[in-house]
Each structure stands twice: as C-alpha cells, then as structure tokens.
Design a protein around this ligand. Structure first.
Ligand SMILES: NC(=O)N[C@H]1NC(=O)NC1=O
Length: 172
C-alpha cells in the first residue's frame, strides 16, 4: 500500500490497518488520521511521534504499559499480537534456554517494580544477548531517563511496523 492509498482510507480502515503500529494504542492512529494528507510515510511517522511527545508523562508511561513483557506471560500463552509475536520470535525470545529465561523473568520483574512500567526495547533491532544486557543496564537508570528511553524504543518499533505496511518511495 502506498501513501496515497493510506491517505484515501476512511478512518475505520485506517485504524484497522495501522492501529497497532504503536502496540495496543489504536487511539494514536485514530488521532493522527485528521492530519491527512501525509506527503510521505516519514510525515505520517512524524505525526505519530509528535502526538506521543505532546502527551503528559503519565500518557507516555501508559503507552509503555500497553507493551507485553519480552519472553513473558503473553508469549507463553500465545496471546501476543501478531506483530509482537513476530518481533519476539525474530529476536529469539521464544528460544531462551532455562538460564536465560529465568534471568529475563527476574530482571523484567525487577525493572517493573522499580519503574512501574515494563522494559521496552525494539526486539527486531537486537538479539537476545543484547536484550538481556540492555535490560540489566537500564534497571540502573533514573525513572525519567528510562521513560524517555522506552519511548524512543516504541518509536523504533513503530518505524519498522509502518515500513512493513506502507511502501516507501524507493519500494514503489
Ligand atoms: N516489552 C517489549 O519491548 N515488547 C516489545 N518489543 C518489541 O519489539 N515488540 C514488543 O512487543
């Protein structure tokens, strides 16, 4: 689908197709629809970023809280969104050995207790070793730093999800 097709979508279809570019936050997609027409995919992505940046800190934390844990309950029970499942499987989250799995569970829990929101990282840009290393390191951050860090990762995830739906000019 190219950007002209995206711009022509009624809002129901726009939200159906693009509603999970930020995990379980279709309200963001629904909000930016009114900014059409977007000149490019980059312009649509910028509108999403601006919407997120304008939220109060509680709203940004809310976005983080909509994300499933990496290698967590939803992966085990098969209840991840399709996008999240592909991302987690791609980075080896469903193939952790028992030592890695228990380390991931312990650090995820420690992180959530410290910050009140889950650890978020763009799984498609990292392998499991890197994810575990980052999780451990980021547990030491200040809450405000970590909130900003998580939101930057949400934007990376969004960037890749948008690219898999909307053709960029060089793919036309
Ligand atoms: N917690 C977390 O980072 N979740 C995710 N990361 C990602 O790339 N997809 C997710 O669902």
């Amino acid at each position: 689908m190219d950007i002209a097709t995206v711009n022509a979508l009624p809002y129901e279809d726009f939200v159906d197709i693009l509603g999970n570019v930020v995990e379980k936050c279709p309200i963001i997609t629904a909000a930016v629809w009114s900014g059409r027409p977007f000149l490019s995919l980059a312009a649509l992505e910028a509108a999403i970023s601006e919407f997120i940046d304008a939220l109060p800190e509680s709203g940004k934390e809310g976005i983080l809280r909509c994300h499933p844990d990496l290698a967590g309950r939803d992966l085990q029970s098969g209840s991840l969104t399709r996008e999240s499942h592909e991302e987690q499987a791609g980075s080896g989250m469903n193939a952790l050995n028992s030592g890695e799995a228990s380390r991931m569970a312990r650090l995820n829990q420690e992180y959530k207790e410290r910050f009140g929101f889950p650890f978020v990282i763009c799984a498609r840009m990292n392998d499991k070793e890197n994810i575990l290393r980052q999780l451990s390191a980021r547990c030491q951050n200040e809450r405000a730093v970590e909130r900003a860090c998580g939101i930057e990762e949400v934007k990376k995830i969004c960037h890749l999800r948008l690219q898999s739906i909307v053709l960029t000019d060089n793919k036309l």
